[in-house]
Ligand binder design. Structure first.
Ligand code: HEC
Length: 172
């Protein structure tokens, strides 16, 4: 946890301690109560425990299956969003992507009309945290249905240049 210097300066009566201590005391109460509760309701507790274990195993399975995607969501952009990077991204985009996505990423490239699933307007894709940078990169690297994968054609830094260009398309 990061220290919160501002909270301290507010002095007593800001309610912060109260907010904290209420749930904590409720938790402590139930922690001590649960011993008796578990003995009295052992069967239910056991069923609940199995439900909990199943749930945990499922969660683990899903996170292993989507490990790459989950990891991608937390990737940080190592390439600063400078004019140079955006310029390199624009050039790459014109060479590799514009044929489907259009020069400005609107989804109006020359072959877009013949595609079964149209590429979306890249100037409208959501900002992080809704659509994290790492997931956009993951899509470009691994493709999706009609969208080809570029991880063998483009280097890591080229992918991030493309991301910087795509983020610059947004008109807010
Ligand atoms: C063959 C045509 C084609 C080319 C070339 C292409 N794309 Fe796509 N792209 C698509 C289509 C079609 C989709 C929509 C995929 C879907 O969701 O079904 C898409 C989706 C995307 C998405 C959004 C993914 C999402 O989940 O919303 C991004 C970002 C993207 N492309 C970036 C690029 C970049 C960058 C390049 C160039 C390096 C590129 N694309 C080249 C066709 C193409």
């Amino acid at each position: 946890m990061r220290p919160e210097p501002d909270r301290k300066r507010e002095g007593p009566g800001d309610g912060g301690d109260l907010y904290c201590s209420c749930p904590v005391s409720v938790l402590i109460f139930y922690f001590f109560k649960s011993g008796t509760f578990m003995r009295a309701h052992w069967r239910q507790w056991q069923a609940f425990r199995w439900a909990l274990v199943t749930c945990a195993v499922l969660c683990l399975g899903v996170s292993i299956y989507y490990a790459d995607l989950l990891k991608a969501a937390f990737a940080r952009n190592p390439v600063p969003r400078t004019a140079e990077s955006i310029g390199r991204g624009r050039l790459l985009f014109q060479q590799q992507c514009a044929i489907c996505h259009g020069e400005r990423g609107l989804g109006d490239g020359p072959v877009a009309a013949s595609l079964r699933d149209k590429p979306e307007d890249l100037s409208k894709i959501a900002r992080p945290p809704i659509f994290p940078d790492g997931i956009v990169i993951y899509r470009i690297a691994n493709g999706k249905k009609l969208m080809p994968a570029f991880k063998t054609t483009l280097s890591e830094s080229q992918l991030w240049d493309l991301l910087n260009f795509i983020r610059s398309l947004r008109r807010s």
